[in-house]
Design a protein. Structure first.
Length: 73
């Protein structure tokens, strides 16, 4: 799958150096990477999506939010 869904761009919230974020980025090469450590507002945005769960990556596909990454899921 490329980085687009029917409802728009796929976003991957994560951080550089995280192996789970790296795998998600490799599996979704067209997705937009959001580095939550680069700006406190981006971290707040991610936490709002997850209800305060601090686990990465967080993948946003349209209205669907996935916390963590399971290859093939």
């Amino acid at each position: 799958m490329d980085g687009k869904t029917r409802t728009g761009t796929v976003l991957i919230y994560g951080k550089d150096g995280c192996p789970h974020t790296r795998r998600a980025r490799e599996a979704l090469p067209g997705a937009v990477f959001v580095d939550v450590l680069s700006d406190p507002q981006l971290l707040s945005e991610m936490l709002e999506l997850t209800g305060g769960v601090r686990r990465i990556p967080v993948i946003k596909r349209g209205d669907a939010i996935e916390i963590g990454f399971q290859r093939g899921a």
